[in-house]
Design a protein around this ligand. Sequence first.
Ligand SMILES: Nc1ncnc2c1ncn2[C@@H]1O[C@H](COP(=O)(O)OP(=O)(O)OP(=O)(O)O)[C@@H](O)[C@H]1O
Ligand SMILES: [Mg+2]
Length: 323
Amino acid sequence: MNEAKAVIETRGLRRVFKTRKETVEAVAGVDLKVWGGEVFGFLGPNGAGKTTTLRMLSTLLPPSGGEATVAGCDLLRQPQQVRERIGYVGQRGGSDPQVTGRTELVFQGRLYAMPKRAAQDRAAELLRVLELEDCADRPTSTYSGGQRRRLEIGIGLMHGPSLLFLDEPTTGLDPQSRARLWEEVRRLRKGGTTVFLTTHYLEEADALCDRLAIIDHGKIVAEGSPDELKRQVAGDVVVVGVGGDGRDALELFQRQPFVREAGAGDADGTIRLYVERGESAMPAILRLLDGAGLELKTISLTRPSLDDVFLRQTGRSLREVAA
Ligand SMILES: Nc1ncnc2c1ncn2[C@@H]1O[C@H](COP(=O)(O)OP(=O)(O)OP(=O)(O)O)[C@@H](O)[C@H]1O
Ligand SMILES: [Mg+2]
């Protein structure tokens, strides 16, 4: 990875949407640096501002404020040059159902002024590496979700961009297609392409990204490698399931000095306790519940996850927001 060179740099990037009823600040001043050759993730709940940011960085939407350099060019002054250097795959795919995958690819190449022969060769190469040869000459309406997503990535790659934007590349895919797409992203990174993707899957951000930014309400609330971010949530997390609505237990835990923070966990009625050392906290937790006559259903010790990072920064669980 070339640490010295930022492929994307934004300063105070903003976007406001005005409708007749209201004004929405979808992106509220974003400062980002994405290094050459890394897979950078943008993680956040619905409506956080991920797509809006991506659309601005790929010249599809003018910013309301701030500035950015993308692929070595000034976003506001050199949008055409930026467009030539990047690929963009939108959240909702844009392939024509009547047309074959191969035709789509060649057409995209022609849009970028590739000679016909070169476009055909490039399309054939992409169909091979994306393992789409079997369905290459069928209308895309017959493709599976995973095949269609891979074709869309192929469309974004036709002109050989050094930077690829992928908006929620795996949303709605089955686990097998998702794994296949992760492989594809890793292959791109190996070939030196910088990938900027958005996701609202914690596991995806954790497994796939070299670094990520967590965005909420248009603002970046945390940024770093998955490990760095998780280390910010020092200590262990004990997840306790109790009988009833859990409110008594939550209050009880919140009063304990060894509990740094206690909050309702996922929607399943569990409580998450942030403690210094899980091993010594567990017996104390059991004694407390026993003494208060509260029923213990489950107890488990986990290391902090990216969801704990989100929870600490926003007071909400990303899983909860998604549910
Ligand atoms: N054209 C528009 N007009 C008005 N508001 C908009 C417009 N586009 C986006 N917004 C609003 O801006 C905010 C951010 O939207 P955006 O699409 O960037 O979110 P997102 O993080 O991509 O969410 P998702 O995970 O659902 O794709 C939302 O509140 C959305 O309703
Ligand atoms: Mg979006």
